[in-house]
Design a protein around this ligand. Structure first.
Ligand SMILES: [Cu+2]
Length: 143
């Protein structure tokens, strides 16, 4: 009987773990237009955790760019600088805004022309799970 109780408890614990999942949703995704030939562009979006467990954003990737990463603009002694943004935890139901002057996706070495009005797929990696992919629209200002 005690063994059965232990087994039931284990099954219950496992099912609870499976239910408590983070889920990433990407809204208002855009890339700021840059002069033709620019080797560095910035992407912005609102990342929301619609799941019921914490989610950690760990990186970004895109077939359109040689490299994509998470960055943050900071002011050091009155000078604007950029630095790599470490893993970013989003609480259940919370969202994080990537916007000009703050957090952004640093998009390096575009493979081809990044046309205004176009939509570029970028994948945001989040753990646990697979993250999410969204079309980032190339435009001058935030949507
Ligand atoms: Cu940057």
């Amino acid at each position: 009987m005690r063994r059965l109780t232990a087994l039931l408890l284990l099954v219950f614990t496992l099912s609870q773990t499976a239910l408590a999942a983070g889920r990433l949703e990407i809204d208002r995704a855009w890339i700021r237009t840059a002069p033709p030939g620019a080797m560095m562009l910035a992407g912005y979006a609102t990342l929301r955790n619609t799941g019921d467990a914490p989610l950690t954003v760990v990186g970004a990737s895109s077939e359109t760019f040689g490299d994509a990463s998470l960055h943050e603009s900071v002011e050091v002694d009155g000078v604007a600088r950029m630095k790599a943004l470490g893993p970013l935890e989003i609480a259940p139901g919370a969202s994080v805004v990537f916007a000009p002057g703050g957090k952004h996706l640093m998009l390096m070495r575009p493979k081809g022309e990044i046309k205004p009005g176009g939509s570029i797929k970028i994948h945001i990696e989040a753990k646990p799970g697979d993250g999410a992919t969204a079309g980032f629209v190339v435009r001058d200002t935030a949507p």
